[in-house]
Write a protein that binds this ligand. Structure first.
Ligand SMILES: [Zn+2]
Length: 99
C-alpha cells in the first residue's frame, strides 16, 4: 500500500484547499478541546497536544507508512506553518475571526 503524503501536505489553490480546511478544523475544534482536557486533568500545557499528535501519527505507522515519510511531511508542514506565523506577525496578528 502506498499513501501519497505529498498530496496531504501541498496546498491546492482552490477555495476548498484540503490543507487549509483541515488546519481550520484543528484550530477551531481540536486545539481548544486538547487545551480543555489538559486543564481539567491537571496535565502540563501541550501535553495532550503533543501526545495526541504522536498518537495520530502512530496510526499512520501502524498502517505501514514509513517513519521517514511522516517526518518529511511533518517537517514540510511545520515549515509552512512557521512561515505563516511570520507573515501573520508582520501583518499585526493571527488571522482568526473568519467565522
Ligand atoms: Zn491551502
Amino acid at each position: 500500500m502506498s499513501i501519497d503524503l505529498n498530496s496531504l501536505v501541498e496546498h491546492d489553490l482552490s477555495g476548498e484547499c484540503p490543507v487549509c480546511r483541515t488546519q481550520d478544523i484543528v484550530n477551531i475544534a481540536l486545539l481548544p478541546a486538547a487545551a480543555a482536557w489538559e486543564l481539567n486533568n491537571g496535565l502540563p500545557r501541550f501535553a495532550l497536544a503533543l501526545h495526541g499528535a504522536a498518537g495520530l501519527l502512530a496510526a499512520m505507522l501502524e498502517e505501514g507508512v514509513p517513519r521517514t515519510e511522516i517526518e518529511t511531511a511533518m517537517s514540510a508542514l511545520l515549515d509552512d506553518i512557521e512561515s505563516q506565523i511570520d507573515e501573520d506577525s508582520t501583518m499585526g496578528g493571527p488571522p482568526q475571526g473568519t467565522a
